[in-house]
Design a protein around this ligand. Structure first.
Ligand code: UDP
Ligand code: MG
Length: 313
């Protein structure tokens, strides 16, 4: 299998056939073997039966159907896991991405990238969404040194070997390019056309702003300190401890050398507080280390092998 298309779909009954026919036209012109994996994310409308209709006439259409709505991250994860193509394309089911951009993205991928993200340079969404996305992407660029304009765009193409290294849970599908970037994959982008949503409605409103921000903080933290929590907590803890040690020494000097009373001094309280906080932070770091250590075995591997020759898997 050369190409897998993964499509998360939640209540998109009117878009399914349209997307399928547009997609098929483009895919046929590529002369590559392909599969189209629809993941019905527990839709309550006729999305599933629409997809089933397609499969009757075209066995390249494959279907995964969830028992209930598990959200886009799960839909994507399930679709990616089931895919078998050397190249994987993810695209929304809402017909806001134009399948005609796929050849352009694939060509760019062949320039030596591991993943290409479709940059919706002129976004056809409500204003609050466009602004939120701009701010979000700016933060991401600042925090991660990844020069991508549209990180949360779900229109992406990637190579097979990237897939097992993506940990997609809850809101984290928006950070796929960051996760891949942190693991050393080369990420590029191409401008793609964004279309107005014609049928159905968007499932995400303003409510994802704060959760998105939390996700961003946690991904930054997980990426940098997951393996060494003590470096983070220990750093802060040492600062407090050192300050406490200095002010404590000063108090001892006053008490025993200058023979003055220190019991009434606010500095005494501060010293106790600093030492207390410092110890707390260091022990939190140590507990973090223990957790990391015991969960490490269950995680996906920490390293990425891009190619291997003469090695049996
Ligand atoms: N989607 C999904 N599960 C959900 C919500 C959305 O699979 O719980 C799909 C949806 O059908 C669409 C894509 O994810 O294909 C993007 O959703 P939407 O267009 O509502 O988000 P927006 O583009 O407005 O951010
Ligand atoms: Mg959309």
């Amino acid at each position: 299998m050369e190409l897998s298309i993964v499509i998360p779909a939640y209540n998109e009954e009117k878009n399914i056939f349209l997307l399928y026919s547009n997609l098929s036209r483009v895919l046929k012109s590529l002369n590559k073997s392909y599969e189209i994996i629809f993941v019905d994310d527990g839709s309550s409308d006729n999305t599933l039966s629409e997809i089933k209709k397609l499969r009757k006439n075209d066995n390249k259409v494959k279907i995964i159907s969830f028992s209930k709505n598990f959200e886009k991250a799960c839909a994507l994860a399930a679709g990616l896991k089931a895919s078998s193509g050397n190249l994987i394309i993810t695209i929304d089911a809402d017909m806001q991405d134009n399948p005609q951009d796929i050849p352009k993205m694939l060509n760019k991928l062949e320039e030596g990238y591991d993943m290409i993200v479709g940059w919706k340079y002129s976004r056809k969404d409500p204003l609050h969404k466009v602004i939120a996305s701009k701010v979000f992407n700016l933060l991401i660029r600042r925090l991660n040194k990844l020069k991508i304009h549209d990180c949360d765009s779900n229109f992406r193409v990637m190579k097979r070997y990237v897939v097992p290294h993506l940990e997609i849970y809850s809101g984290m599908y928006r950070y796929i390019p960051i996760i891949a970037h942190q693991k050393g994959f080369k990420i590029g982008e191409t401008k793609v056309k964004h279309l107005q949503r014609k049928y159905g409605k968007s499932k995400y409103g303003i409510s994802r702003l704060p959760t998105g921000l939390f996700d961003l903080i946690s991904i930054k933290f997980l990426m940098e300190y997951n393996k060494k929590p003590l470096h983070f907590f220990g750093g802060i803890g040492s600062f407090f401890l050192l300050s406490g040690f200095l002010s404590g020494s000063y108090l001892l000097y006053i008490k025993f050398v200058l023979n003055q009373e220190i019991g009434q001094r606010p500095l005494l309280i501060l010293t106790i507080l600093l030492i207390f906080l410092g110890t707390q932070f260091v022990s939190t770091g140590l507990i973090g280390e223990m957790i990391t250590n015991s969960t490490q075995k269950k995680k996906t591997s920490d390293y990425v092998i891009k190619e291997s020759l003469g090695i049996k898997r």
